[in-house]
Design a protein around this ligand. Structure first.
Ligand code: DX5
Ligand code: ZN
Length: 221
């Protein structure tokens, strides 16, 4: 069942010189998760942050940290992110070598596990993991950068995954990531998403705009 809509600001679009303040500001402005994009310059063509930054940010918010690993391999770093304070850890099947093992590792550390599928990844990659995962992250852009345009095909993919999740009768978040703004958010929700990652659209306008941006993304006005 589609759950209450939750907004996960991607701190990739925040002011990196004030990361702690930014995390606090979106937490106070009504965000539900803090989405942390971890990139290695190898799995994706950009480099961002590591476990030490997650650890430094942890005291600045009580919200779940939704850590999106765009790194390969991911397994050697999963424990460090768990210890740093991640609550949900999401991996891509292409990060290899055995995605089911990565998911088991995340669960064994007492964290929620997510699986992320790129625009070119077949939905069938999710099926064998349906009994294990807590979150499915549908990329609606190719991973690597904020501020890209939503790929409309993601809507069909969300629809198919919504059916798959509902049939499983498990409580699994269906999260969409990339190009979510005031126009695409309602479309993603209608297609079945219940967690919206939004970087550019949350942080636009600076701290005084965050509460209104988050409310509007959620469909509250
Ligand atoms: C892309 C990241 C996204 C990105 C979203 O690789 O996974 O989380 O920051 O940024 P916006 O919302 O600006 O498209
Ligand atoms: Zn992300």
């Amino acid at each position: 069942m589609q759950q209450k809509i939750r907004i996960a600001p991607s701190i990739l679009a925040s002011d990196f010189a004030k990361l702690g303040e930014e995390v606090r500001a979106v937490s106070e402005a009504g965000a539900d998760y803090i989405h942390v994009d971890v990139m290695d310059g190898h799995f994706v063509p950009n480099i961002t942050i590591g476990p030490d930054v997650v650890k430094a940010l942890r005291p600045h918010s009580r919200l779940p940290f939704d850590v999106h690993l765009m790194i390969a391999p991911a397994d050697p770093y999963i424990e460090a992110f768990a210890q740093a304070g991640a609550d949900i850890i999401t991996v891509h099947p292409e990060a290899g070598p055995h995605v089911h093992r990565s998911v088991q590792l995340i669960k064994s550390l007492g964290k929620k596990a997510g699986i992320s599928i790129n625009p070119g990844t077949p939905l069938s990659a999710v099926k064998p993991l349906l009994d294990e995962v807590d979150l499915i992250l549908v990329m609606s852009v190719n991973p690597g950068f904020g501020g890209q345009k939503f790929i409309p095909e993601a809507k069909q993919r969300l629809g198919h995954l919504r059916e798959m999740i509902d049939r499983s009768e498990r409580s699994i978040d269906l999260e969409v990531d990339g190009g979510i703004n005031f126009e695409t958010a309602p479309e993603a929700i209608a297609a079945g998403a219940d967690v919206l990652v939004a970087g550019t659209a949350t942080f636009k306008g600076g701290p005084t705009a965050y509460a209104a941006n988050i409310a509007r993304l959620r469909g509250q006005r």
